[in-house]
Design a binder for this molecule. Structure first.
Ligand SMILES: [Zn+2]
Length: 265
């Protein structure tokens, strides 16, 4: 039935209507869209049309969703799967968007067997086989260079394709599991030492939380600040390039045009 789903998807793409100005504004807003080649932009647009058809993006906490928000979130999500295909986001449908940081309540049992109940303000959250939850304030503005909550949460989604988020997404047949483990384990260990020493890094120190966060944060930087990953951890950059089948550092940097200024911090 593969031909049927391909035929159905082709029809959805043909019928999708985009506000041209809105689409161009979205592409101008983020550095990783501005540097895309025309063929990549066209593929991203098809992918966004499918994403908007297959996923339900709801506002919560009083947030009214507009096309600008839906297209912006879908486009950022689809940059990860540009060369992987939208099936990488299979098994779930919902994206929930709050106006700003939301308070998540969750429980966990620590090493001593003590149960904790935590209330924490969050910019984003991904549930296995469940929704992605985002703060629009964070999704709209990239904040400091390299920070991107949408890429972060959708990287967790890819990581969860083969079980819990652990920094080990399903690799392609031409990739080495040993190389991935070795490279990421060494970089993670090094990063934790640097964070403990209080060293400044262009990679967000939140990456030191766990191997899963290290993968999500380096994925953010891979797209939003590729040269930072490439210069700090070239082997991690290479593994991410193999996984995402993209080489963002090789794309020409393009400045935002005056008509559509880039998001500010
Ligand atoms: Zn995370």
């Amino acid at each position: 039935m593969r031909w049927f789903s391909e035929w159905r998807r082709a029809r959805i793409i043909r019928r999708a209507t985009f506000d041209e100005k809105l689409w161009r504004m979205t592409l101008e807003r983020y550095s990783f869209f501005r540097s895309l080649a025309d063929t990549e932009r066209a593929r991203l647009r098809d992918s966004v049309a499918l994403f908007l058809h297959e996923k339900a993006i709801h506002g919560a906490g009083g947030l009214e969703m507009h096309d600008e928000m839906r297209v912006s979130i879908a486009a950022q999500a689809c940059i990860l799967t540009l060369n992987l295909g939208l099936d990488y986001y299979r098994g779930w449908v919902e994206v929930i968007v709050y106006p700003d940081e939301f308070v998540a309540t969750y429980e966990f049992v620590d090493e001593d067997g003590v149960a904790h109940r935590v209330h924490e303000p969050m910019a984003g959250e991904s549930w296995p086989r469940g929704p992605v939850i985002l703060s629009w304030a964070d999704a709209r503005d990239t904040g400091y260079a390299g920070y991107n909550v949408v890429i972060h949460e959708f990287a967790h989604k890819l990581d969860m394709l083969n079980g819990d988020a652990n920094g080990f997404p399903p690799l392609h047949a031409d990739m080495s599991r040993d190389a991935w483990s070795r490279v990421f384990a060494a970089a993670y260990e090094d990063f934790c030492v640097r964070v403990d020493r209080g060293e400044h890094s262009l990679i967000d120190s939140y990456a030191a939380e766990s191997p899963a966060e290290f993968f999500a944060v380096t994925s953010e930087s891979f797209f939003a600040l590729p040269h930072a990953v490439q210069s700090t951890y070239p082997d991690v950059y290479r593994q991410l390039a193999l996984f995402y089948r993209q080489d963002p550092a090789s794309r020409p940097a393009r400045m935002a045009t005056a008509d559509f200024p880039a998001a500010t911090a």
